[in-house]
Design a protein around this ligand. Structure first.
Ligand code: CAA
Length: 401
């Protein structure tokens, strides 16, 4: 493998100089963020512990989020949707996940489920699958991972064999967000095993078709209020008109979707880190040991200083990636920067928040224990932190056009 010459990562400084960069929010963006924060305070946080304990799908909160317009943000105006920018979605995602990342993910996962339809669907397919999402709180999922194909997408074993005007799908998917409650999901399957990743294709599969079986709800460490299920397909007959893009385009549809959604996952990680930071600051002010608040010890205040710095850096990476997406530019590199850094920051910040709380932090009756469990998932789903580094390294040494 040769290492091509490149000048390395594109930075916001170069791009921003041409088009202008502002760190200020418009009045509309401030109002949107306020709406999401108020929703997180009033509707999400009070229920977070209970849903976490029982690992149940928060259908009532999802329905309310739908009612107030905090779901399906990127469905275009032409279909009757809000047609919000990627950047606006980041503001909402951070706040909902600040409330609870399990519930926030339940609300936000339609962005991933619907992503391939937005990326590759015809106008007719978009109208058919996306417009109904606006009418009621319908969920949709992204069926990529399999028991033996997680990071290595090209190893997908699910097959789709064409018979006349239909495809017959066989296989199983693993770790699928909201699959137990989804009305449809996009299934990535091989239409030609001899072509590896170039033989993958994408299909919209309604979950009420014969042969679709939600096998089990998976019991997770954190983000327990988001349903994560295993789902199987046995001779599922899908009309050929449900295929997104051409045969063989599935891998690229998946990657292009992840380029768009990874900043949103990173925004969720920022929300969790921000919540842990706020708890840690307030506890460090109140907790007195050796006759003074523990915040007066550098061992504690320096942890808090690093938290604040790294949360801000994460947020700026999220904003940069979404800004690029809104400029219509490919943001593979910046999406992976944001996802890697924000996920690792959330893990570090929540771990340090538990440390600042000491013994209390380890107890379930205090909020930071849940945040630390929740944070871990950000380093795993939508591509692990190691996969993000792999993407970044490829963008540096083997850049694509
Ligand atoms: N956009 C467009 N095309 C892309 C692309 C992108 N971002 N990335 C790669 N491609 C193209 C390449 O140009 C190449 O094209 P050709 O066939 O024309 O040469 C092709 O796709 C293959 O690319 P690679 O050689 O880079 O592929 P790879 O097999 O080495 O894999 C990978 C790359 C980055 C590891 C990729 O497989 C990957 O992202 N894996 C992680 C998957 C992942 O994120 N899974 C999470 C599932 S979703 C989830 O977790 C949510 C949930 O519900 C729980």
């Amino acid at each position: 493998m040769s290492i091509e010459q490149s000048e390395g990562p594109v930075t916001i400084v170069e791009q921003g100089a041409a088009q202008g960069v502002s760190f200020g929010l418009t009045d509309e963006q401030k109002a949107l963020r306020e709406l999401a924060r108020t929703f997180a305070e009033k509707e999400i946080r009070p229920k977070a512990a209970e849903y976490d304990e029982h690992s149940t799908h928060p259908a009532d909160v999802v329905a309310k989020a739908h009612e107030v317009g905090l779901m399906n943000l990127h469905v275009p105006e032409s279909l009757g949707g809000p047609g919000l920018s990627s950047f606006d979605g980041m503001l909402v995602g951070e706040e909902l996940n600040w409330g609870c990342s399990g519930i926030g993910t339940s609300i936000g996962a339609n962005a991933l489920g619907a992503g391939p339809v937005l990326v590759a669907g015809t106008e007719e397919q978009q109208a058919r699958w996306l417009a109904p999402l606006l009418e009621e709180p319908i969920l949709c999922s992204f069926g990529l991972s399999e028991p033996d194909a997680g990071s290595d997408v090209s190893a997908i074993q699910t097959t789709a064999v064409r018979h006349g005007d239909e495809y017959v799908i066989n296989g199983s998917k693993m770790f699928i967000t909201n699959a137990g409650h989804a009305e449809w999901l996009v299934v990535f399957a091989s239409t030609d095993r001899s072509k590896a990743h170039r033989g993958l294709s994408a299909f919209v599969v309604p979950t009420d078709l014969d042969g679709v079986v939600v096998e089990r709800h998976l019991d997770k460490m954190g983000q327990r209020s988001t349903d994560t299920s295993a789902i199987a397909f046995g001779d599922v007959r899908v009309p050929a008109s449900n295929r997104l893009g051409a045969e063989g385009e599935g891998f690229k549809i998946a990657m292009k979707t992840l380029d768009l959604t990874r900043p949103g996952t990173a925004a969720g990680a920022v929300g969790v880190a921000q919540a842990a930071y706020e708890y840690a600051v307030s506890y460090a002010r109140e907790r007195v040991q050796f006759g003074q608040p523990i915040a007066l010890n550098q061992g504690v205040s320096f942890l808090v200083a690093d938290m604040a710095t790294e949360i801000d850096a994460s947020r700026l990476l999220v904003w940069q990636a979404s800004w690029l997406i809104d400029q219509g530019q490919r943001a593979t590199l910046q999406s992976s920067f944001a996802k890697r850094f924000a996920a690792d920051t959330a893990m570090k910040v929540t771990t340090d928040a538990v440390q600042i709380y000491g013994g209390y932090g380890y107890m379930k009756e205090y909020p930071v224990e849940k945040l630390m469990r929740d944070a871990k998932l950000f380093q795993i789903y939508e591509g692990t932190s190691q996969i993000q580094r792999l993407v970044i390294a490829k963008e540096i040494f083997l850049p694509r056009d």
